[in-house]
Ligand binder design. Structure first.
Ligand SMILES: Cc1cc2nc3c(=O)[nH]c(=O)nc-3n(C[C@H](O)[C@H](O)[C@H](O)COP(=O)(O)OP(=O)(O)OC[C@H]3O[C@@H](n4cnc5c(N)ncnc54)[C@H](O)[C@@H]3O)c2cc1C
Length: 328
């Protein structure tokens, strides 16, 4: 393709640039066909240069963190996939921790705990990058990442660096988990612009470059204990038994119970299409049992949605993001 050739001729960065890179190597589902171009910039300026060049060559582009919340089509992705994973510095000034977008969530949790800073330990053991987690407003154990956010530096559509200063509304305490869960499932959040699995970055061609978190001082030993508890809970729930992308569907309060409970009652645990299998332990997780294709996983998602639609008259909303050349 002419546009790809032009991009390859002009790109001049230290990071990795590959043609026809299998996305199965870069997603937690371990499925997905090739991206026309795959770039791993090593710095924010290289990231900006990659996008500038993609635009100049009229190539579509997308940003990927750890690929732990996406399902990439077997036919791959058109244009440039820009991975943030090499942009991963962490800095700590007093109780303010700043992590570049590609930093793994778990590395940030470890660094904060080691520094005796509380506020992010609930994310212990969760796959993903800081950029992806902020984009998704990742949440677990009754807390969400936006609760600790101080500011986010991002690139807008004109490739200008902007800063979002995050406002926290003094509405209610997240320590009341039932109340908090109810509010976030309604899309109401304590944090302006954020909601249940929603952030101001969704639906915009913006790139999160770094995020800063306001944390509080705590004894590192207490934090270490907490992170172990969360990780062990994930292990017990079978999160790491096989490649997956975590929860397939969002919880929707109008259904009155979590998606996993609904799907379990419908008998989906262990249900299989090809090598795509609903986890025998949690009906809202799909595993790749080895040789699943993206189309098998998608067919299983569709089957689950159809079943819910039939009984409830409305479908569950997928949490995982479908990327690439899907037929429909
Ligand atoms: C075993 C397992 C357990 C999980 N448990 C949880 C859980 O408890 N809670 C939860 O919320 N999620 C969970 N997830 C899902 C996933 O880990 C999180 O949503 C994570 O935050 C996604 O980050 P990522 O870097 O992998 O994003 P990706 O999958 O790479 O990308 C997701 C989306 O974010 C966009 N994006 C990524 N980086 C940027 C950036 N820098 N700028 C702009 N857009 C960007 C991408 O374009 C894409 O649209 C789990 C996944 C697995 C595999």
């Amino acid at each position: 393709m002419e546009r790809v050739r032009k991009f390859l001729e002009k790109i001049n960065i230290k990071g990795v640039v590959r043609e026809q890179e299998p996305m199965a190597l870069h997603t937690s589902f371990r499925v997905g066909g090739p991206a026309d171009l795959y770039v791993e910039p090593i710095s924010i300026p290289e990231c900006i240069e990659t996008i500038r060049l993609a635009k100049e060559c009229s190539l579509p582009w997308i940003v990927l963190g750890e690929g732990s919340n996406v399902l990439v089509a077997d036919a791959g992705i058109e244009g440039v996939v820009i991975s943030t994973l090499r942009i991963s510095k962490i800095t700590i000034e007093g109780t303010l921790l700043t992590a570049e977008a590609g930093t793994k969530v778990d590395s940030v949790v470890k660094a904060s705990c080691k520094a005796g800073l509380r506020g992010l330990e609930f994310l212990s053991g969760m796959p993903g990058s800081i950029g992806g987690a902020v984009w998704m407003n990742a949440r677990c154990y009754g807390s969400e990442i936006s609760e600790a956010l101080a500011q986010v530096v991002y690139l807008n559509e004109l490739l200008e660096q902007k800063t979002l200063h995050v406002s926290h509304l003094p509405v209610k305490s997240s320590h009341n988990h039932d109340e908090y869960r109810k509010s976030t499932m309604e899309g109401v959040s304590q944090v302006e612009g954020f909601g249940y699995k929603k952030s101001p970055f969704q639906g915009k061609p913006w790139i999160i470059l770094k995020a800063s978190f306001h944390l509080t001082s705590e004894d590192p030993r207490i934090l270490e204990e907490k992170t172990q508890e969360y990780r062990q809970d994930r292990e017990r729930k079978g999160h790491y038994l096989a490649p997956s992308a975590g929860s397939v569907f969002k919880n929707d309060r109008s259904f009155g119970e979590p998606a996993g409970v609904i799907l379990d009652r419908m008998g989906f645990k262990g249900f299989r299409i090809g090598d795509a299998e609903v986890s025998p332990l949690h009906a809202n997780i799909i595993f790749n049992r080895g040789a699943a294709r993206a189309s098998d996983i998608r067919a299983l998602v569709d089957r689950m949605q159809e079943a819910v639609l039939k009984v409830y008259g409305r479908p569950l909303e997928p949490e995982i993001i479908f990327l690439g050349r899907w037929e429909s």
